[in-house]
Design a protein around this ligand. Structure first.
Ligand code: UD1
Length: 424
């Protein structure tokens, strides 16, 4: 991990346009879905992020060939020569587990090191494995590895205990090549699931219902490669919208699907932001005090957990008291201590954080502990008096492309510094 840091001088009202990149969380399953067909699939608007590079390394390890060409990523999944993914590759990114479904469908056998926990919670895989077992997969968990194999996938009725995004994606990618029909009840409804359905159907699959809580997948004999453009990143877009609000700015966020941002738009309006929604862009303006609001994270279309830390940064300077309840991940308040260093007044009790808005935040030394915690601190620094040094920006690099350049264009005062004090 690089040890780069940002030095940010806050209190600059941001203004101008900022373009959102393709969605990280859509790109990762789309990349693994290319494993389902022999030949070369083409994905447009895949963001250049550490997580994406990592997923491509996993695919290459399995025998795929990947290359970039004119802003597209081409994955040739013609020959798969490997079905074991060891600790070193698995541990770096949890989403590596999204190869399970496609490899089983294509190769009938897979062995991966257990992805392990992460900074925001324990993140079990029981729903992934339960769904795969229902499709006729045998699973053995031993010595830190998950080994799974099947004599042939068979469509099934699957009930998820929780609408897990990753489990829904893995099950979908296995079921497309199963014999017969699969129904997934209590499926995740996130836009990234819809994007995956669209790509799979372009490959010749028969998937319906994405975006609703029951998916129907009619298995087909084989799939063919396809071309697809990744949806814009709704979490990146939401982060920029908050930047506009927190800096009393006027920001046009471009390349968005406004519908995907409805829960975020609703809360920002409640907080007093002026938001104009166009076909594929959103203008955010803020004049005067931000109002405190209460938030509860929920599966889509509820308020996204991936926006919770950024909202907390905003509520830290809002009028009155706000309450945030985190229902998705049990340990997702790591940004609280760091926000306090900047002067925020936040009290945490279990899954609830109570935020008493302060007049202003003040620059300090802070550290990103995970991706969205890092984004929250980045936003807080933009709104704080004087300079903030934000350490461990590698966490932020996992989810935000060209952040520095994009924000400089909006008028932010920031620079990236590499450890030996040279500027990047
Ligand atoms: C995805 C997103 C992540 C986001 C999360 C929730 C990707 C690559 N990552 O993660 O950014 O924060 O959705 O919107 O798309 N659970 C179980 N058993 C399982 C699987 C999950 O109990 O087998 C629980 C988790 O502990 C968590 C909840 O379900 O409480 C949601 O997790 P899940 O939707 O699976 O998140 P990911 O797909 O890992």
């Amino acid at each position: 991990m690089t040890m780069d840091r940002y030095v940010i001088t806050g209190k600059q009202a941001l203004s101008g346009a900022i373009r959102v990149s393709g969605a990280k969380n859509a790109s990762l399953p789309l990349l693994t879905a290319t494993l389902l067909a022999e030949g070369t699939s083409v994905l447009f608007d895949v963001p250049q992020l550490a997580d994406v590079t990592h997923m491509i390394e996993v695919l290459e390890h399995l025998g795929c060939q990947a290359r970039n060409q004119n802003e597209a990523v081409l994955i040739d999944a013609g020959s798969l020569r490997e079905w074991v993914v060891d600790e070193e590759l698995m541990r770096r990114m949890r989403a590596s587990n999204l190869i399970l479904g496609p490899i089983l469908a294509r190769h009938r056998r897979v062995k991966i090191a257990m992805p392990g926990g992460c900074a925001i919670g324990s993140r079990p895989m029981d729903q992934h494995l339960k769904g795969l077992k229902d499709l006729g997969v045998q699973v053995k968990e031993k010595h830190g590895y998950i080994e799974a194999w099947t004599d042939g996938l068979q469509g099934a009725d699957i009930y998820l205990d929780v609408p897990s995004v990753g489990a829904t994606e893995n099950i979908m990618m296995a079921a497309v090549l199963a014999k017969g029909t699969t129904l997934v009840h209590n499926a995740a409804r996130e836009p990234e699931i819809v994007d995956l359905q669209n790509f799979l159907n372009k490959m010749g699959a028969k998937v319906r219902g994405a975006g609703m809580d029951v998916l129907r997948i009619d298995g087909v004999e084989s799939l063919h490669p396809a071309e697809h453009t990744v949806i814009p990143d709704r979490i990146e877009a939401g982060t920029h919208m908050i930047a506009g609000v927190m800096t009393q700015g006027d920001v046009l966020v471009e390349n968005v699907i406004p519908e995907h941002l409805e829960p975020v738009i609703a809360k920002l309006r409640q907080a007093g932001a002026n938001i104009e929604v166009y076909d594929d862009s959103i203008r955010v303006r803020q004049r005067g005090k931000i109002k405190g609001v209460d938030i509860k994270t929920l599966p889509y279309p509820g308020f996204p957990t991936d926006m919770q830390p950024q909202f907390m940064a905003m509520l830290a300077i809002a009028e009155g008291t706000s309450v945030i309840t985190e229902t998705i991940f049990e340990n997702r308040f790591q940004h609280v201590d760091e926000l306090r260093r900047l002067g925020a007044q936040i009290r945490v009790d279990g899954r609830t954080a109570v935020i008493r808005g302060v007049e202003t935040l003040e620059g300090a030394f802070v550290e990103a502990t995970d991706l969205r915690a890092g984004a929250a601190l980045f936003l807080a620094a933009l709104a704080a008096e004087e300079a903030t040094v934000l350490e461990k920006v590698a966490h932020i690099d996992r989810g935000y492309e060209n952040l520095e350049e994009k924000y400089r264009r909006l008028g932010a005062r920031l620079r990236r510094v590499v450890p030996n004090n040279k500027e990047a």
